[in-house]
Design a protein. Sequence first.
Length: 500
Amino acid sequence: MTVGQTEGGVCDAVIIGAGFAGVCLGKRLRDAGITNFRIVDKAARPGGTWHWNRYPGAACDVQSHFYCFSFAPNPDWSRKYSPWDEIQAYAERCADKYGLRPHLELGREVKLARFDDASGLWEVSCTDGGLLRTRHVIDGSGGLHLPSIPRFAGAESFAGASWHSSQWRHDVNLAGQRVAVIGSAASAVQIVPEIAKTAGHVTLFQRTPNWVIPRRDRAYRRWEKWAFRHLPAVNRLYRLFLFLRYDWLAYPIVRTAGDSLPRRWAVSQFRRLLNESIPDPDLRAKLTPDFPIGCKRVLLSDDFFSTLTRDNVTLVTDPIERFTRSGIRTTIGAGKELEYPADVIVYATGFDTQGHHLEERVLGPGGRSLREAWAEAPMAYEGCMVAGFPNYHFVTGPNTGVGSTSVIFMIEQAANLILQCIEAAGENGLIAPTEQAMRAYDREIQAALAGTVWAGGCKSWYKRADGRITSLYPFSAQTWRARHRTLRREHFDVWPRRPA
């Protein structure tokens, strides 16, 4: 009998995704004495979003000492905001440290998760033909792995190379090349400053300007790294400081729509950075948002604005009309078009974060799909479970996204609730939230979201076409922790897998 399998080929749990969610849940399962589980991921190594997002300049926009597990502090971060390769290496070290390698099934993509009514087990089918039977499914697949690529007329006619930022072609040398970057949000503000150093010319196509404030990134000094390594209390206190800073300063910026000191401070930071970086008033006007700060994701960068003043960088705000064999044409008014030549096109256009990539392929009791359950809107009790889908757990389900703290913190708290659900179900039990509890929770979440800046007039990936916000969590990180500390049994149904 191998690790991760019981007699009869039934696992206690199958974790979908080997990113930070998968690593955290794997570690927590082992802590609970559960060793018969598998972690399935289509990638060739653990790391999740950091395995895929390896574009030039890729880095986290949460400070390093808070973008790590509380149980695995890393004293060796090189910078305040770590580059992708350090984060990827950290994830792999954690997988090794907590004995997860034997549980990993990499290069396997889940195509279907089906609840078997006869046995009360989940059957997880993979694209390679493999089948895993399990008591619990823990969905840690996250939302930053399905590229969102807009459709443009003539895209197939472009003669050069093109790719999404998460599918970076490291085999293509951009030195001296004419590079068109579509999109000006989170990935673009990291990509453009980096590739502009060697590219012949960079043309940035911007649909909507964004609020950008200084990141103030720097390398840690030798004495700081010494203190982090040899004085564990320093590491813990610094992490606590960052937690409180994000919850007390960043959270009020993005949470409330009204006037507040944190919001005024953030706007002043944007204006100062813009004015100091860009002397041209016309260019400043093109980069100034017309919506409240926080309505869309607030971006962090020290060099994005200044990069736009380089001789080899052009900002284009005219709408894209179509692609041609040799570049991109925009509409400049009165039926006129202007073409911008390009050898390479990069889509810095983000990800599809609405719904769930498996919603058609998660079939609960009676063959009811997650998509059917979410016909009205995606919702999950405390972001972790859906009524009518017993023993199927989300780590970062609907309304769990954050714009003001570390997602790893959120993952750790969600793990608390998931482990309690597994314990409550027992070896032969099924557990699911009641429909009443799930809908009451959703009403609470949506009522709170209605008063946030996210509900404002801007278009963002936070919202669906009907205006409903399904991505973000409206309360503080401290509230999230408190609500996931203890399982409220009265909100759940628990019943035996087989009739007695």
